[in-house]
Ligand binder design. Structure first.
Ligand code: PLP
Ligand code: COI
Length: 357
């Protein structure tokens, strides 16, 4: 339905030979997608081209005022050689919600979908085969107005990169320790925490450096007002298992990013017969629950990291431990079911999969 031009690269790159060493987000496919937006014209000039550097005027507003949004999705290789996209429309719907929050142009879901399929039609063979790997999809939108005043841009560039990736953490499914940041905050209600915008991530880097220095893999963020309630962990939503049966996660309160893996995990958990609860989760309750053993498992959920178990939490100078240093049984069951659906090994009861033609 949409006019999408395809220009193929003359020489194709060598695909990674050892898929156990992909890492995350370092290798890129042969092509990229670009679509331009101009006020009064709308979205136009959709094109798949060889991957190349962008040329931007140095006054482009994204470079000064961070008017930028992105998404993260994955294409999974099935055992029969075909490929699955997981809840991809939900990513594009969230991208439009992020765009609306940041005063940027939204795009018809059909154009997001058709243009991604055009890019995949030339680069889908970059989807790796090894278990646990996938083709990470990074849709991005930037403001390109050449103007130093602070105002809505009248032009945007949307582009998509494809990156064959392995585990987000080098440790894979091995549990990680997290550091509770009690000085800085990630987001406040009414702010932009609910949008997937670059500034949220640059604001998190200093705390990430502190965590790393202390030997922790990720930062657990508390609410921006009282610093009493758990919000998110790194680029993941956070879940706790109480008494080997009940899954508790912070309620979406206006500053937490609404994760697609979070929603999928809650739906799968209910489907598998576990009790789930979305409510404010005080950090004091988590520390007490870890000490007493009332909390039996903790894990983060996200596209890049999937389900990532947590075995220790550092809060105000004290370290508490959860579980026995392995992934817990509920996290393992959820991981197996979720990845089973994504890789086409398990029936998809929710209609989450879009096969790549
Ligand atoms: N929270 C933040 C801040 C994130 O960056 C992400 C990653 O996308 C998530 C949560 C998890 O969201 P999703 O499951 O949609 O990937
Ligand atoms: C994702 O999970 O897709 C993300 O966007 C994480 C990213 C910030 C590394």
């Amino acid at each position: 339905m949409y006019d999408i031009r395809i220009t193929k690269a003359e020489a194709l790159k060598q695909k990674p030979a050892d898929e156990s060493k992909l890492g995350f987000g370092r290798i890129f496919s042969d092509h990229m997608l670009r679509i331009n937006y101009n006020e009064g014209v709308g979205w136009h000039d959709a094109r798949v081209t060889p991957l190349e550097n962008l040329s931007l005027h140095p006054a482009s507003s994204v470079l000064h005022y961070s008017q930028e949004i992105f998404e993260g999705a994955k294409c999974y290789r099935r055992a029969d050689g075909g490929m699955n996209l997981f809840r991809i429309r939900d990513n594009f719907e969230r991208m439009n919600r992020s765009a609306a929050r940041m005063g940027m142009a939204t795009m018809p879901i059909g154009l997001y979908m058709e243009s991604l399929m055009a890019l995949l039609s030339v680069d889908k063979e970059w989807t790796p085969h090894q278990d646990g790997t996938s083709l990470y999809i990074r849709p991005t939108m930037i403001a390109t107005k050449e103007y130093l005043g602070v105002s809505a841009s009248d032009s945007y560039l949307y582009f998509v990169l494809l990156s064959p990736s392995g585990a987000y953490y080098a440790s894979g499914l091995a549990p990680v320790g997290i550091y509770v940041e009690d000085e800085h905050v990630r987001a406040v209600r009414g702010g932009v925490g609910i949008a997937k915008t670059g500034g949220n991530y640059s604001a998190s880097i200093l705390a990430g450096m502190k965590a790393k220095k202390l030997g922790y893999a990720q930062v657990l963020w508390l609410d921006g007002v009282e610093q009493r309630y758990v919000e998110e962990v790194g680029a993941m939503n956070m879940m706790f298992v109480y008494g080997n049966k009940q899954i508790v996660t912070p309620v979406l309160n206006g500053s937490i990013l609404s994760g697609i893996t979070r929603d999928s995990t809650l739906k799968l958990a209910k489907h598998l017969g576990y009790k789930t609860e979305e409510r404010p989760v005080p950090i004091d309750e988590v520390i007490r629950g870890a000490r007493s053993g009332a909390i039996t498992e903790a894990f983060g959920t996200g596209t890049a990291a999937v389900i990532s178990p947590v075995n220790k939490i550092f809060f105000k100078g004290e370290e508490v431990f959860i579980g026995d240093n392995t992934i817990g049984p509920i996290a393992q069951k959820l991981y197996d079911t979720l990845t089973g659906i994504q890789y086409g090994r398990v029936e998809d009861p929710f209609g989450w999969i879009t096969p790549v033609p």
